[in-house]
Design a protein around this ligand. Structure first.
Ligand code: XMP
Length: 333
């Protein structure tokens, strides 16, 4: 007879036991519900010995880093350090279009930066009451991430390498470097939300659509360049804002605008242009293992398409993805 209330108390006790009363824990926070709930549990368990950072990989949504920093400070009292690494990530991603390669590059770049941050944090903590070694690394891994990354039938059966499971180098997995602490490893998303509410986390955070660690990079088919990220980011901002204004945000589990590899011809005034193609996606799902397409009014979608073409320079066409999961995945890659 497992209850959510028990989960929080048991998990906090387990974290305290694991971490002890000296070690520091580094946590990657993205502003999504998983990492936020994970951070709240850590803060509850070990207070200021939990150090939260957000790495800007250059593939975050519009204004996201600033907003997450503000919200975490205001609602959870967590002083988030934002590390601007956009150029490093985009540099390493240049010319890479294979989805698994993108995930691996992003995953390993995250790890490089986490290790640098661990050193910086230890230095900063020297000669303070919280001086200690960064021994643990928090991840908001969920049960579906674990299942989808495990290969039940050999390597070819891996569905997709989630950067927060399969992309981690051996040194983090085998206990020689930072050890992983994953408080949500046995939970589904709806359970994480329930726990978030129980911890008093603000509804605007708890109800947020998930956002993947690799960010917009896996919503851009093909090469990830600064220009293409910017186009997808602006289109996404318009789509999500219009969904919110229409009062549909909470009826949708996840929505975003991505970018196609190809270009398409359009007419603007009396000019023919060869422009980008935006792919809109919106799904409903309970567990993110399977999902159905959200049914918008055609008039709403046409309005989104018009607005994006008018406001995002270089976009000539907007399409709506009608694929359920399976056979499609929620992200484009
Ligand atoms: P898919 O695309 O696999 O997505 O149907 C299922 C859920 O997982 C999220 N997702 C990821 N999250 N790193 C993450 O942190 C990843 O590499 C990744 N790939 C997918 C996706 O946003 C959706 O909520």
């Amino acid at each position: 007879n497992w209850k959510m209330g028990d989960f929080v108390q048991l998990e906090i006790a387990r974290i305290r036991e694991l971490v002890g009363d000296k070690a520091l824990v580094l946590g990657a926070v993205s502003g999504g519900v998983d990492s936020t709930v994970g951070a709240a549990l850590m803060r509850e368990a070990i207070g200021d010995r939990f150090k939260a950072i957000l790495i800007d990989n250059g593939c975050m949504r519009l204004n996201e880093c600033e907003q997450v920093k503000e919200t975490l400070g205001k609602h959870l009292g967590i002083d988030l350090t934002v590390v601007d690494a956009a150029d490093l990530f985009l540099g390493r991603l240049a010319g890479v279009s294979d989805p698994e390669k993108k995930r691996k590059i992003i995953g390993s770049t995250f790890i490089d930066l986490f290790e640098q941050e661990a050193i910086r944090i230890e230095k900063e903590a020297e000669n303070t009451p919280n001086s200690g070694k960064v021994e643990w690394f928090l991840q908001g891994t969920l049960y579906p991430d674990v299942i989808e990354s495990l290969s039940f039938r050999g390597p070819s059966a891996t569905i997709k390498t989630h950067h927060n499971v399969g992309g981690l180098p051996e040194r983090m997995m085998n206990g020689q470097g930072l050890r992983l602490i994953e408080p949500l490893r046995l939970l589904f998303k709806d359970e994480v939300r329930a726990i978030g509410r129980q911890l008093g986390i603000h509804e605007s955070l708890v109800g947020r659509h998930p956002f993947p660690g690799p960010g917009i990079a896996i919503r851009i088919l093909g090469d990830v360049t600064k220009e293409r990220v910017e186009i997808a980011r602006q289109a996404d901002h318009i789509f999500i804002s219009m969904i919110r204004e229409a009062g549909l945000y909470d009826q949708i589990s996840q929505a975003f605008a991505g970018l196609d590899t190809n270009r398409s011809v359009g007419v603007f005034g009396d000019q023919r242009v060869w422009g980008y193609i935006i792919i809109l996606r919106a799904v409903r799902t309970k567990d993110f293992m399977s999902a159905e397409v959200f049914n918008f009014d055609n008039a709403f979608l046409a309005n989104v398409a018009r607005t994006i073409c008018n406001q995002v320079e270089g976009v000539a066409r907007v399409v709506y993805d009608l694929t359920s999961k399976p056979p499609g995945t929620i992200e484009l890659e």
